[in-house]
Design a protein around this ligand. Sequence first.
Ligand SMILES: C[C@H](O)[C@H](O)[C@H]1CNc2nc(N)[nH]c(=O)c2N1
Ligand SMILES: N[C@@H](Cc1ccccc1)C(=O)O
Ligand SMILES: [Fe+2]
Length: 298
Amino acid sequence: MATQSTPQRVEHQLTDKGYVPVYTTAVVEQPWASYSSQDHAVWAQLFERQQQVLVGRASDEFLAAQRAMHMSPDRIPKFDDLNRVLRAHTGWELVGVEGLLPELTFFDHLANRRFPVTWWIRRADQIDYLSEPDLFHDLFGHVPLLMNPVFADYMQAYGRGGVKAHGINPEALVHLTRLYWYTVEFGLIRQADGLRIYGSGIVSSKSESIHCLESNAPNRIGFDLERIMRTRYRIDTFQKTYFVIDSFEQLMQATTPDFTPIYERLARQDSIPAGEVLPDDRVFNRGTGEGWLADGDV
Ligand SMILES: C[C@H](O)[C@H](O)[C@H]1CNc2nc(N)[nH]c(=O)c2N1
Ligand SMILES: N[C@@H](Cc1ccccc1)C(=O)O
Ligand SMILES: [Fe+2]
């Protein structure tokens, strides 16, 4: 009987966020044969639950991409099977990793159309909350949209931008990471029939899939590149603000220009607290702020 899959943590490193696990940057084969029956059961339970929550909440593009991937709901998919489909559609491929990677390693993967997917899945007692990306977050949350040609291009361009920003200065990376956070992880998109989810951090969370669209607590504000790059975010609670794009084409066009002058301009401006609404914001919802914690913005 295979044991519960556990990540091979290399060590813990003391950072400004306290002790964080540091993983090897190595690409690892997916140990598919060693997944336990509990691992597959956790996948099936999360997949089934999220499928139900996302009807009427996930964007049309996300649902179409997910259908095209033919991911099995009842056991952990094989990276090799998904790679055959993904490569044929947009040239992307999944690579197995132990967990969070150093930023430059992460960006370099994206720049080469490789998406790093954590090989282990959370335990049954972590179903509702996990502090770091596991296989379910990466595979169910991030992988489907890599089937969408425009979003696939955006993700590669983002990776190239990350490598570039890493060579500029740490502040540029902070500004760029916020863009990732408020689009790839927690982005909303406007459809004719209402706001919908495309961010991976949301689609892999039952509670946030409901909260982000239906609670009055958070702000919902129209996409504005530099506004987003100035805005701090939360890593331990629901987002205080969600940003809304009109289309992936809008996202692609907004991020095509050279960011170098943008980083220079942003360096002279203050960051914006996660829950703030500015006079020029295109406000879809002005949040009540109910349940917000006072501090903790990153
Ligand atoms: C974009 C930003 O650097 C972000 O924190 C990166 C860092 N390293 C990562 N490493 C992995 N494996 N997966 C991720 O999503 C990220 N995110
Ligand atoms: N155009 C950005 C790179 C980028 C592309 C797509 C998304 C985010 C950033 C730059 O010059 O740095
Ligand atoms: Fe993620």
